[in-house]
Design a protein around this ligand. Structure first.
Ligand SMILES: Cc1cc2nc3c(=O)[nH]c(=O)nc-3n(C[C@H](O)[C@H](O)[C@H](O)COP(=O)(O)O)c2cc1C
Length: 204
């Protein structure tokens, strides 16, 4: 069984990301013979802005965890190591990814490199610009990035209503499902499983 993390990437409060991640997680379903999914929330990792003295890619590849100087990094490393692949569900902040996501990615290297990653974005126009940046960052970490990258459009009026509550309405999730999100996520999962089974190193 491959373990796949479905990652909530924004950390402010209140926020909409947990709702979006949950919708993705629910649509991925639990009835798979070769994959299990787990929710992973960056807000629960309590990571300060990057504060390690070393460059993570220069630590020993086989076991970098004990070489981090801070407990929060060792914990984050041990958590990330448990997963074979990641689906990052992220909002767009000013045409890019939230700083919380870039920070959490920068902390580690060998825990990411060679593993498959997929990107799901959301925003008023679907968050595609954040998706483009994130794909570049993941490629820099030598992750195997899945080609299918669903973009979830949040209706502006619905967002204005939802943001102060930190809670979206079920209709938003129903609209995404009706627009084919379940089918797209099926493709994402297929791509991740193929990348896992091929076990090929990325060519960039
Ligand atoms: C700092 C900031 C920048 C944002 N920039 C964009 C943007 O460039 N494009 C967009 O569609 N929405 C943008 N938004 C709106 C977010 O998509 C919306 O607030 C969403 O709820 C953010 O996810 P979160 O609630 O989990 O933080 C921005 C929101 C914030 C807080």
């Amino acid at each position: 069984m491959y373990r796949i993390a479905v990652v909530t990437c924004s950390t402010r409060s209140p926020r909409l990301n947990p709702f979006v991640t949950q919708s993705v997680y629910d649509l991925l379903g639990s009835d798979h013979t070769d994959a299990t999914f787990a929710l992973l929330d960056l807000a629960e990792q309590s990571l300060p802005l990057y504060d390690e003295p070393a460059v993570p890619s220069q630590l020993p590849r086989d076991d970098p965890t004990p070489h981090y100087t801070h407990e929060h990094t060792q914990k984050w490393s041990a958590t990330a190591k448990q997963f074979d692949a990641f689906i990052f569900v992220t909002p767009q902040y000013n045409w890019s990814v939230p700083a919380s996501l870039k920070n959490a990615l920068d902390y580690l290297y060998h825990e990411w490199s060679g593993k498959p990653a997929a990107v799901v974005t959301y925003g008023v126009r679907g968050g595609g610009r954040a998706g483009g940046h994130l794909r570049q960052i993941l490629m820099g970490l030598r992750m195997n990035v899945a080609p299918t990258a669903p973009e979830l459009v949040i209706d502006k009026k619905s967002m204005e209503r939802s943001m102060p509550l930190g809670k979206m309405s079920p209709e938003d999730a129903e609209r995404w499902e009706a627009a084919g999100l379940g089918v797209e996520l099926g493709k994402v999962l297929q791509e991740i499983l193929e990348l896992l089974k091929e076990g090929k190193k990325p060519e960039y």
